[in-house]
Design a protein around this ligand. Structure first.
Ligand SMILES: Cc1ncc(COP(=O)(O)O)c(C=O)c1O
Length: 449
């Protein structure tokens, strides 16, 4: 066997004169093993040496239609030549209106308004504010507790960070976080101790949340639901659990906001993931795939009940940021959403997503370091474990090294604490999938870690 020791790839030197502090990073981040990217075309990125990489992370899960997409470029340029900026605080304009209308048309009719933001974090931030203010205006000031899921990720602004259940231990220095937030364990069938298969299970995973809600009936403002735990290695919630969360919301008068930042805009095949479960959320938080990552943009779709409450009074909603609904970002969104429809992107996501997961399962699932492979459409998690029987995750350092190896081989992936996450672009083709699988399979045949 031709073995390569990937430890050799991880250079430990640091450059103290380097000016950037990178997101989610140690200030001394070792930049020597970061890619220095200068060009992009379709599903590929190119570094300063002209080396090509297949981007199976879609940028940061957002570049759905590829780099240098002509229609998106043209739309942005046309807008740039007409009007580069228009504040939505005081004005309206046709571009922002058309972008909002297009998004609204992808959703059930009861969504009355689209509120633009600059990011997924800001979308969640707004959803939480609306949850609390809704009940405030309804005369229920104490109905302000927000429920979220352990292992969920919702962003890094104060509110969105406070409702994120993942890696809470890193938030200790930011205390006090936004208060009155309660976390409950997500319902995940393959982690179930009960071992009885859906739909015959007793739904033990929901018991604690249900009991808490029952005991605090008048206090719960809303539930923020990440319907698929994307940052936790693509943890898939059971259908029954998701539907039961909706039922609890109905039964106890609780607002439901689904966070579709990662899975919205066809990532899983359907326009929005919640639509598969016939949920009736009150708000939908979006970003990422909204404009294929060309410019910062997020949005919250808001239901008629919430809108009607504000329509009845003179109260302004105190939320907004200078660049929210930026015209260039909206122009990129219009061109992106049009292509999703014209290309019938859903079909490509479902067929190549199935091909990718089938190939991975048939070629690497038997490996002793592969615990599980799961996904929906084009978001797929590969659990890397020390050993199949114990299912303990491989050490993070080893996962980092594997990711480094893949990069060396021209494949960019996303890493979670449970393994490798693949989020190829929605325009991915069969030949790209073959390359992804071939390089990942190599890890188990050639790499010592
Ligand atoms: C589910 C979810 N919500 C919110 C966010 C935060 O979005 P942003 O990074 O645009 O602020 C993310 C980002 O990955 C996400 O995956």
């Amino acid at each position: 066997m031709n073995t390569i020791n990937i430890r050799a790839f991880v250079n430990k030197e640091k450059d103290i004169n380097y000016p950037l502090w990178h997101p989610y990073s140690n200030i001394n981040k070792n930049i020597n093993h970061m890619l220095n990217i200068v060009r992009g075309e379709g599903v590929y990125l190119y570094d300063t040496n002209g080396k090509r990489y297949l981007d199976a992370a879609s940028g940061l899960w957002n570049v759905t239609l590829g780099y240098g997409n002509e229609a998106i470029n043209s739309s942005i340029i046309e807008q740039l030549d007409t009007l580069s900026y228009c504040s939505l605080f005081e004005n309206t304009n046709p571009t922002a209106v058309l972008a909002a209308k297009t998004i609204k048309n992808m959703l059930p009719e009861y969504f009355k308004k689209i509120f633009f933001t600059c990011s997924g974090s800001e979308s969640v931030e707004l959803a939480i504010k609306l949850m609390r203010e809704y009940w405030f205006h309804m005369g229920k000031k104490d109905k302000n507790i927000i429920i979220s899921l352990a292992d969920s990720y919702h962003g890094t602004y104060y509110g969105s960070m406070s409702v994120s259940g993942i890696e809470r231990e890193h938030l200790n220095g930011f205390v006090p976080l936004v208060g009155d937030i309660e976390f409950f364990k997500p319902g995940v069938c393959n982690k179930c101790k009960e071992n009885s298969e859906y739909p015959n299970c007793k739904l033990d995973c929901l018991r604690a949340m249900e009991a808490f809600i029952r005991n605090n009936e008048e206090r719960i403002a809303g539930i923020v639901l990440e319907p698929l735990l994307a940052s936790k290695g693509v943890t898939i919630l059971s259908e029954k659990y998701i539907k039961s969360v909706q039922e609890l919301c109905n039964q106890y008068n609780i607002l439901l906001a689904v966070d579709e930042v990662a899975v919205g805009f066809y990532r899983t095949g359907s326009a929005f993931y919640f639509q598969r479960f016939n949920l009736k959320p009150d708000m939908v938080c979006m970003a990422k795939g909204i404009n294929s990552g060309y410019l910062p943009l997020g949005a919250v779709a808001i239901c008629d009940d919430i809108c009607n409450l504000y329509m009845g009074g003179d109260e302004a909603l105190i939320h907004g940021s200078t660049q929210a609904g930026n015209l260039l970002a909206c122009a990129a969104s219009i061109a992106t959403l049009k292509q999703y429809t014209e290309m019938n992107i859903s079909e490509n996501v479902l067929s190549n997503g199935k091909y990718l997961i089938d190939q991975l399962r048939s070629r690497i699932l038997r490996q002793k370091n592969v615990g599980d492979i799961r996904g929906q459409g084009l978001i797929i998690g590969i659990d890397l474990v020390k050993d199949k029987t114990c299912k303990t995750s491989l050490e993070v350092e080893k996962i980092v090294m594997i990711k480094e190896y893949l990069k060396r081989r021209g494949l960019i992936t996303y890493m979670s604490d449970t393994g490798i996450t693949l989020l190829p672009m929605l325009i991915v083709e069969k030949s790209h999938v073959d390359f992804i699988v071939e390089v990942i399979e190599e890890i188990f045949n050639t790499v010592v870690y």
